[in-house]
Design a protein around this ligand. Structure first.
Ligand code: FES
Length: 78
């Protein structure tokens, strides 16, 4: 599997809505970061689905190196 594109070395702060489903981009090629826009087509990557359990601000990974996808786990500091 190839490496994902590093989009940014900081997470994306997103206010999610309870009950809404989001698809986090794992490949780094999406133009709609941090979410999938279909640009992974033809690669080994697929988006990670997340359904919000409550409305609040969350930090989605921007470096694509997180071990806790789709959220930031501090891996961008390495
Ligand atoms: S565009 Fe990156 S996973 Fe879909």
């Amino acid at each position: 599997m190839s490496d994902p594109v590093i989009v940014t070395d900081t997470p994306f702060a997103v206010t999610v809505e309870e009950g809404k489903t989001y698809y986090w981009c794992s490949c780094g090629k999406s133009q709609s970061q941090p979410f999938c826009d279909g640009s992974h087509a033809g690669s080994d990557f697929t988006p990670i689905e997340y359904t919000a359990t409550e409305s609040k601000e969350l930090y989605f990974c921007g470096c694509k190196a997180t071990k806790a996808a789709p959220f930031c786990d501090g891996s961008h500091k390495d």
